[in-house]
Design a protein around this ligand. Structure first.
Ligand code: ADP
Ligand code: MG
Length: 381
């Protein structure tokens, strides 16, 4: 099944938006902090054509339903509640809603999605879905949105229409990354820089290990960590934890009595410092030295922020014991994926060690692949 078979006509174009992995800067984006994601070669592609009858029709090759989902744009005004039972279709519908709410003069469309981004693996299939939708509508209707505006509207769709309280990192990564680079992003003002990250030239590989688990704990825990960070910021009299300088961490910790809040504070402040350190290492042309910073970041997510799980800890432990330069969980946590920085020559040994450790522990076989920094969202046909 494809666009032509589904809708009985040709698409006007095809757009692609990638998934992402985050190299460093985890749980910092909703604290106005710093992140450094890179786009994956895995993309969500959407073939699309305008409609002039106010209907949005969506179908995904990843979803085994026989009919396209049909959504009258007039139903979107009521917000996500009105489409509570529309499942995955809420993502593209939410993007149409956010564009309209922003004053864009768009209209209906037929959309057909195909994706190679694993879903629910912490690799941002949701952002790839949103950004591909947004870019297609932007181009079809000549809306003239910049990549950051598009990312912000896609985030709004996920936050306010789908009801997932994510930060801005995923959508910005999908919309703005460039091949061969990591994206250094200040999530407060969206200022950013493309940082050269040519792994092959340095004899390095960045492996992604998808643990293929997603613990149910995740959703509530994310909201709870977010609320905790806000509470800590309030206690310290700052807008967001990003405003606590690393040099003043010890002093700030003394002012937060609750040990749990103190640990959240510590993670966010040290994680922002780790992003700064990784940036310096990449700028200095010494990407190998990034490894230990990743492992340090993992320890902080495991011990202070408490969002890791047995499978993610096992990836890091097994990879590092087998000679990786460093490793950490990436994404929200409680399952999903880890990244492992490793010298080319050690890839096989490290990969085998991770698989063997999973087999020994009785975990499902993980999925391993290379993260080659790829380009962000674009029109492909
Ligand atoms: P992640 O973004 O880490 O992959 P999320 O839970 O944020 O995980 O988003 C996954 C959800 O996004 C899926 O459950 C599904 O509803 C939707 N989704 C993502 N990609 C697609 C796709 N290609 N087709 C249909 N739905 C998709
Ligand atoms: Mg997501």
């Amino acid at each position: 099944m494809n666009f032509v078979e589904t809708y009985g006509r040709d698409p006007e174009g095809v757009w692609a938006a990638p998934g992402r992995v985050n190299l460093i800067g985890e749980h910092t984006d909703y604290n106005d902090g710093f992140v450094m994601p890179l786009a994956l070669p895995h993309t969500t592609r959407v073939a699309a054509a305008r409609r002039d009858d106010g209907l949005l029709r969506v179908r995904s090759a990843s979803v085994a339903t026989s009919e396209p989902v049909e959504i009258p744009l007039s139903r979107l005004a009521a917000g996500g509640e009105a489409l509570a039972d529309a499942g995955w279709a809420r993502y593209p519908a939410g993007v149409a809603w956010a564009l309209h709410a922003d004053g864009a003069q768009g209209g209906g469309a037929d959309l057909y999605f195909e994706s190679t981004v694993p879903t629910g693996a912490g690799l941002s299939s949701s952002a790839a879905l949103e950004v591909s939708t947004g870019l297609a509508l932007n181009d079809l209707y000549g809306l003239g949105l910049t990549p950051d505006r598009l990312a912000a509207l896609c985030r709004r769709a996920e936050n306010d229409f789908v009801g997932v309280p994510c930060g801005i990192m995923d959508q910005m990564a999908s919309a703005c990354c460039t091949a061969g680079h990591a994206l250094y992003l200040d999530t407060r003002d969206l200022s950013r820089r493309q940082v050269p990250f040519d792994l092959a030239a340095e004899g390095l590989r960045l492996l992604v290990v998808d643990t293929r688990v997603q613990h149910a704990l995740g959703d509530g825990a994310y909201a709870q960590r977010r609320a905790g960070c806000e509470e800590a910021a309030l206690l310290l009299g700052v807008t967001a934890l990003r405003d606590v300088p690393y040099a003043e961490l010890a002093e700030a910790e003394r002012r937060v009595d609750d040990p749990e809040l103190r640990r959240l504070l510590r993670h966010v402040v040290t994680e922002n410092e780790r992003v700064a350190r990784v940036l310096r290492l990449l700028d200095a042309g010494t990407p190998r030295d990034v490894g230990p910073v990743l492992t340090e970041g993992h320890a902080s997510l495991r011990d202070d922020f408490a969002v890791s799980c047995a499978e993610l800890d096992l990836v890091v432990e097994a990879a590092n014991s087998a000679g990786a330069l460093g490793a950490r969980m990436t994404g929200g946590g409680f399952g999903g994926s880890a990244v492992v920085l490793v010298m080319e020559a050690a890839v096989e040994k490290v990969s085998d060690a991770v698989r063997a450790a999973f087999a020994d522990a009785g975990h499902e076989t993980p999925r391993l692949f290379d993260a080659v920094p790829a380009e962000g969202a674009r029109r492909v046909a």
